[in-house]
Design a protein around this ligand. Structure first.
Ligand SMILES: [Zn+2]
Length: 330
């Protein structure tokens, strides 16, 4: 049940530009933990403030993630959606992946994109993935995982030519540092593919606003974060196509030392957008609470044997390591 895990919270400034001048756009999160969404008035980064500490996040991914996001955890075992999404990404990136490319994917998940890359001639691919559940699915299906996290990676003898991070940065408490560490694996001029949820896209309700999204992006703030990490942005798109809806996509080249200038956000427009999109959030919160209660009851009965009129704990699956902090991407 969601009430068991109580995070230690900390207040923070903007991780991208360091400013502490922010405006609260929304005072609550999907799970009612009091995590407000703040907008940096200097660069437009959106972030939870307060938010769980790094230690609390590690504990969350180790012990509580699946209670909070049961449907997301189950998606891992359903191959069709990740496979179809990966095929659409291949269509988008294939011209940028000539023969001889070597790609490193951060947050490879079940390896759907790594597998889809095998359709391209002479492209090698490897992934970083902290979840042991995802790792086992990925490797069973032929994907290659090289590390649990970026912290485990040494400087490569032969640098990668490409790096990818799809829906990873919004889970990181320090997206600039995460991208810099990913860039360290790339050759000079190497290509970066990034996709994240788009706060200017067609979202509605509390689905986007929750503790697993300590960072949220607008087009300008994503550009700024990517540039701060030492990449020159070549293409930035807002996507609203099936399976890739409400997303931002960036293609960038490694270019250390590139100048990065923040763009101040349009505060009035964003305040109005949040008001409209979250108009019915209290009702939605009630729905999430009822849903969480039903899931908890269902799982309780699924994990117990009622023979003899007394509940008996049955062996459960080993703890999944969606745990170990998704440190690649929290
Ligand atoms: Zn900022």
């Amino acid at each position: 049940m969601t009430s068991r895990w109580q995070p230690i919270l900390e207040t923070t400034g903007c991780n991208a530009c360091g400013s502490r001048k922010g405006r609260t756009l929304f005072p609550q999160d999907r799970h009612g933990l009091g995590l407000a969404t703040e907008l940096c008035l200097r660069c437009g980064l959106l972030y939870l403030n307060p938010r769980p500490t790094a230690g609390a996040y590690a504990d969350f991914y180790q012990h509580a993630y699946e209670s909070y996001f049961p449907s997301r955890a189950r998606l891992i075992s359903q191959q069709s959606i990740p496979t179809e999404t990966a095929n659409r990404r291949i269509d988008a990136y294939r011209t940028l992946l000539p023969p001889g490319s070597r790609l490193l994917e951060l947050g490879a998940g079940d390896g759907a994109f790594l597998r889809a890359l095998t359709s391209l001639p002479q492209v090698e691919a490897a992934g970083i993935e902290p979840s042991t559940l995802c790792q086992s699915v990925c490797e069973k299906l032929g994907g290659h995982i090289v590390a649990n996290s970026l912290e485990e990676m040494k400087e490569p003898a032969v640098p990668y030519t490409h790096a990818a991070a799809f829906h990873v940065l919004e889970h990181c408490v320090n997206p600039v540092e995460t991208l810099r560490a990913l860039g360290a694996q790339l050759a000079e001029g190497g290509t970066l593919f990034v996709e994240v949820p788009n706060l200017r896209g067609q979202w509605r309700g509390l689905g986007m606003i929750h503790l697993a999204h300590p960072m949220m992006f607008l087009p300008d703030s994503l550009r700024y974060v990517v540039e701060r990490a030492g990449f020159a942005v070549e293409k930035l798109e807002e996507l609203e196509t099936p399976l890739l809806e409400c997303s931002l996509r960036v293609v960038a080249r490694k270019q250390p030392g590139i100048a990065a200038e923040p763009t101040a956000p349009d505060l009035a427009t964003l305040e109005s957008l949040f008001r409209q999109r979250l108009r019915w959030w209290r009702l939605e919160r009630c729905r999430y609470q009822v849903q969480a209660w039903f899931i908890a009851v269902k799982e309780h009965y699924a994990n117990h044997d009622h023979r003899g009129g007394r509940l008996r704990r049955l062996p459960s699956d080993p703890p999944s390591g969606r745990s170990r902090a998704r440190s690649a991407g929290l």
